[in-house]
Design a protein around this ligand. Structure first.
Ligand code: ADP
Length: 520
């Protein structure tokens, strides 16, 4: 009959114990008692075990010689230790032994009670746990997309997986034992960030963030980081688990998307600003134009009604007629300038090119303007050479007329207005010099802009549109030339038109990119 099949009535109390318990003689070491726990643990039935010596039956390997254990028992009455043994089926078993000594009536050692409990790592539960731990470790270590590693309580790295090696570039041998702050940029280290994260993780259970981290080669990557505090069952901090993901690609893609959206928004804003500017320029243009037209119109209307009601004496009519003529000419100029700007700003603006002598055209223009010069002297610097340019004769004539007209207008105290035409390397150079009011240096940049009338006291009484120089420079540039100015405040100014001597840019014309003369 098997031990386990014994009827309950025959079982002793010690049979109920979970541990293996048996008694063996102190001197002969022979087993005299064997409980059910011993049967379960070792597989030997009571009748098989009784009469045997434990060392032989169980193949016991003691941590110290058996004689020493027995000496200790006879002096102290107890012994505890780990013993390696074998079951009946030959499988190994590790037991935690707690032995006690039984003495006879004369207080001499007579028997030993051995209580042995199974602590083998190969016990089924332990084995399952060990396997599952092994599998888990394998899983963690082979994860590629996440850096998973452990830190001790101080932040020193104690484990490292494949993902960590891939993302951060360090091998396990290089990094285990180093402090985890090695992954942080210098500014974060200076700021105490790594230590702060551990404090938060310990307090809150975990710390999560996205931020820049460093790889071994010094390059930065955008990391998603979770640090988890690892505590034992008593709540004592044992270390930290850290999981890091490389989100650089995602971040770069996000940044690219943001940049695209931003660029689109910028383009839209720019476009809207351009349109708004255009609108306000248009409005300003119309305002100034109507204002400038209204002035001479009022004068003309005034003289007309005086003529009608006969309040102008006959001998004054001729001079009034020439005054009216001048005002009509002023209106004509403005309308002409506005039309010319509209043409120039149209994409299909074309120059009517012909070959002509710039000096001759300038001389003609001075002659035509001479009647306007009241207290001025219009002087053409002598020179016999012809200065041939290929350009739009009527437009260049208009440019020269404008420069001379300005020279007269802005030198109200009179003086010479000189025109000099010269050859300057591949350039034809035409300079209009006056001894007028001059221009302050800070105003030079405004001159050539649309409606670039200067905010000077003189300009209140000198009529003008602020369109002339803008138009002149645009025309010069469409010829591949330019207009520049040198001026001294209250002394006078010199405006210089340069045009290429040779074949210019063709009918379409081009603007000089840097504002200076260009040769193509
Ligand atoms: P405007 O119709 O006002 O003369 P322009 O475009 O021809 O317009 O000139 C722009 C501004 O440059 C003028 O309002 C004037 O203040 C200044 N300016 C032009 N030519 C001269 C000059 N020869 N001397 C001084 N200032 C000048």
């Amino acid at each position: 009959m098997r031990a386990g099949d014994r009827p309950v009535g025959q079982r002793t109390l010690v049979d109920l114990a979970f541990d293996a318990m048996f008694v063996r003689g102190f001197h002969d070491r022979v087993i005299s008692f064997w409980n059910e726990g011993a049967e379960r643990l070792y597989g030997w039935a009571r009748e098989e075990a009784i009469g045997k010596v434990p060392r032989d039956l169980l193949g016991s390997v003691y941590p110290i010689p058996l004689e020493e254990i027995e000496d200790q028992l006879s002096t102290t009455g107890r012994w505890e230790g780990l013993i390696k043994q074998q079951r009946k089926d030959g499988s190994p078993v590790l037991v935690a032994a707690r032995w006690g000594l039984q003495t006879d009536a004369a207080a001499k050692p007579s028997a030993i009670l051995e209580i042995n409990s199974d602590v083998s790592p190969s016990s089924v539960v332990n084995e399952r746990l060990r396997r599952s731990e092994e599998r888990f470790e394998l899983l963690v270590s082979s994860v590629m997309d996440y850096a998973i590693f452990m830190l001790d309580t101080e932040g020193v790295i104690s484990s490292w997986n494949t993902g960590a090696q891939r993302i951060k570039g360090y091998s396990a041998a290089e990094i285990i034992g180093r402090h985890f702050s090695i992954f942080y940029p210098p500014e974060d280290i200076a700021d105490g960030k790594p230590a702060r994260e551990l404090v938060i993780a310990e307090r809150e259970g975990k710390y999560e963030e996205e931020g820049w981290r460093l790889r071994k080669d010094g390059t930065r990557f955008w990391a998603s980081v979770v640090i988890t505090a690892l505590k034992d069952e008593t709540g004592q901090l044992r270390g930290f688990g850290k999981v890091t993901r490389d989100l650089t690609e995602r971040r770069l893609a996000e940044e690219r998307r943001e940049a695209e959206v931003q660029a689109k928004a910028d383009r839209l804003r720019e476009y809207a600003a351009r349109m708004a500017h255009l609108e306000s320029t248009k409005a300003q243009f119309l305002n100034i134009a109507s204002h400038e037209l209204r002035g001479p119109l009022t004068v003309v209307r005034g003289y007309n009604s005086m003529l009608q009601d006969g309040s102008i004496p006959a001998e004054k009519i001729a001079s009034v007629a020439s005054l009216v003529e001048a005002k009509l000419a002023q209106m004509d100029t403005l309308v002409e300038q506005m039309l010319e700007i509209a043409r120039i700003e149209h994409e299909r603006f074309a120059l009517n090119l012909e070959l002509f002598d710039l000096r001759a055209v300038a001389a003609d223009q001075l002659n035509a303007l001479a009647p306007l010069a009241e207290n001025h002297q219009l002087v053409m610097t002598p020179g016999s050479d012809r200065v041939m340019v290929e350009g739009d004769r009527s437009r260049i004539t208009m440019v020269i007329g404008n420069l001379v007209d300005n020279a007269l207008k802005y030198s109200p105290n009179g003086g010479d207005v000189t025109c000099t035409v010269t050859l300057d390397g591949p350039w034809a150079r035409l300079a209009i010099h006056d001894n007028g009011i001059g221009i302050r240096p800070e105003h030079i940049a405004t001159l050539f802009s649309r409606f670039g009338r200067l905010p000077t006291e003189e300009n209140i009484s000198i009529p003008g549109t602020g369109l002339g120089l803008y138009l002149c420079r645009e025309i010069a540039r469409r010829h591949g030339g330019d207009i520049t100015v040198v001026s001294e405040f209250e002394k006078g100014s010199e405006f210089v038109l340069t045009l290429p001597l040779e074949q210019p840019l063709g009918a379409e014309g081009l603007s000089s990119p840097r504002g200076g003369p260009v040769r193509l």
